[in-house]
Design a binder for this molecule. Sequence first.
Ligand code: UT7
Length: 332
Amino acid sequence: MHKKYNAKIAGMGHYHPSKILNNYDLEKIVDTTDEWIRTRTGMFERRIAADDEASSDLALKASEMALQNAGIRAKDIDLIIVGTVTPDHAFPATGCILQHKLGIKNNCPAFDLSAGCTGFIYASDIARQYIENGVYKNILVVAVEILTRIVNWKDRNTCVLFGDAAGAAVISRAERSDISHFFDSVIFSDGAYGDLLIQQAGGSKYPASKSTVRKNQHTIYMEGNKIFKLAIKSMAGACEVVMKRNNLDIKDVDWLIPHQANLRIIEGVGKKLKMDKEKVIINIEKYGNTSASTIPCALSEAVEINQIRRGDMVMTVAFGAGLTSGSMIFRY
Ligand code: UT7
């Protein structure tokens, strides 16, 4: 595809709520153990949003950090895309609410995108193409989740897994002299597996009723084991597609940032791709699965501690509700 311009990540931001829920706390809530959670998932702690925090509040904090790191003002944003499955409301879009909270009055478009845990890669894929085609110069991509509001705290199969967080990226037009730029991204979905990970009620199919509440249909339903088997194959597959399309080898990649759903999945993907273990970014122990937010948060933290530096080659990959998957490669 002919590109007019290159797109780059100009700045990253992240926000984790301060309240911590660890595995020992969970032992008091459901029939589980620290040992089971650690060995089956790699998780130890997760963050819980405060009662007065909505997704747009978490998104605001991550966005402010990303704008500051990119060195641009909120009014210079041309488009806002928010990847989330836990928006403030069904409508208006959390992107529009975030636009207002950032004080942006330039009438820029803003919308939400539902791609589950692949939300950041989907949103970045769209942003990249708007920049490369010359339509926009600065796009704010945010992935935010308050999953702890939609977990069933009586279901040990799911409630131990999820946490709350926001990650943000300012994706901008790169100058010719910039070392940072996107190579490519790929996104996929297979709707045949939609029922494996679903919040059944609250939409047009099963509007909220006493019955939907009684049956816990407003909370996350997941067939974890079936998803586990599909995850490694499709994540490694997405990476292989994007590398092949760009004549890149795993040795060209400095850092792999996989979606943080399960340490065993992360290790399985790394192994399948033959990636050195030290080059795989992992923070699942601290935050659990924060869906779309895991990748931008991990990238932002790695940049903050100078682990990932300008010019490093980064590959990210995710898998989530839909079932969706995707991967992208960029020079940070
Ligand atoms: O974010 C994107 C989408 N999500 C994912 O990618 C998640 C993918 N799936 C997974 O990560 C894993 O399947 C889980 C972590 C969810 C579950 O691990 P598993 O090794 O697949 O366990 P399982 O579901 O096969 O359950 C094994 C046993 C069961 O007991 P029985 O039937 O063997 O007696 C469960 O009831 O573990 C039991 N179990 C638990 N035990 C203690 C399930 N959850 C817990 C728990 N504590 N929290």
